[in-house]
Write a protein of this length. Sequence first.
Length: 319
Amino acid sequence: MLIGVLTSGGDAPGMNAAVRAVVRTTIFRGCQVIGIRRGLHGLLQNDMVLLDTSSVADIIYRGGTILYTGRSEEFRTPEGQKRALDILRDNAIDGLLLVGGDGTVRAAQVIDDAGIPANCIPGTIDNDIPYSDTSIGFDTAVNTICDAVDKVRDTAEALERTFIVEVMGRSSGFLALTSGVACGAESIIVPEFGIDYERVCQRLRNSVARRKRHSIIILAEGAGDAPTVSAEIRRRTGYDLRVITLGHIQRGGTPTAQDRVLASTLGYHAVELLVQGTHGKLVGQENGRISVVDLGAAASSKKPLNKESFEMAEVLSAT
Ligand code: F6P
């Protein structure tokens, strides 16, 4: 049996640990493993390399992905999908493990539906994959954001300023909400619940009234453009604001122990299932246990953000 492995979409710290787990479990099961470089884009370029146990030595602690990653417009077309499937068949690949975000889940479903067994592991700092409490890279990104916001708070406090810190999350607020709770942000703005300017501004005024003249607002990129949001808050309150966009530093860095363990566990189980004939699955983690759900179910639903956590964050950062 020849198993392919690829990382696709935005990279996430811990993807290397997942690749290591997939390679070593596959070899342990007496199968061969081939790495497909640059994700779905590389698949369409037939860019592959056979991997062995030592190919994945000393990568568990490294961010990024040794397989590189990529997005593919071509794979979105029926012709591109047919060509990708032909390439997989030409290389005699019997099964495929994909690590990535929502686009990768959909791609895995296309491949599995076409008759090449595939399982997918959630790997995205956005943590927006349903049926998994967390995804590879999320914990590291939250810690990176916390580290940055703690530093911003020092200068915010010293100069009595308000900062808007824009974090990633094109269509989801998991990064903003979790880091906002961890950093004690005075306001959190996420796409799921929209921007309530009056509420945000009133919280700022309340802070000032009780002589706390610095605040941190965490804004998920998908909820609004930071300069525009900042201009509107300034217009309503008259306060001086500074804007910071954390950008791609959120995707890099040494994966936390939690992400390494998650990636290792999911990689191991996804291969075990595949070699035992269970495929077409998203292999994630729910309530501390491995969860195995149909790719179709995962691809067609949206992971809800917990409103209670959002409200809790506001209570705890009382202004
Ligand atoms: O990995 C997902 C994500 O981090 C989104 O939150 C963000 O909008 C996007 O990637 C940016 O990716 P890129 O810079 O690769 O276009």
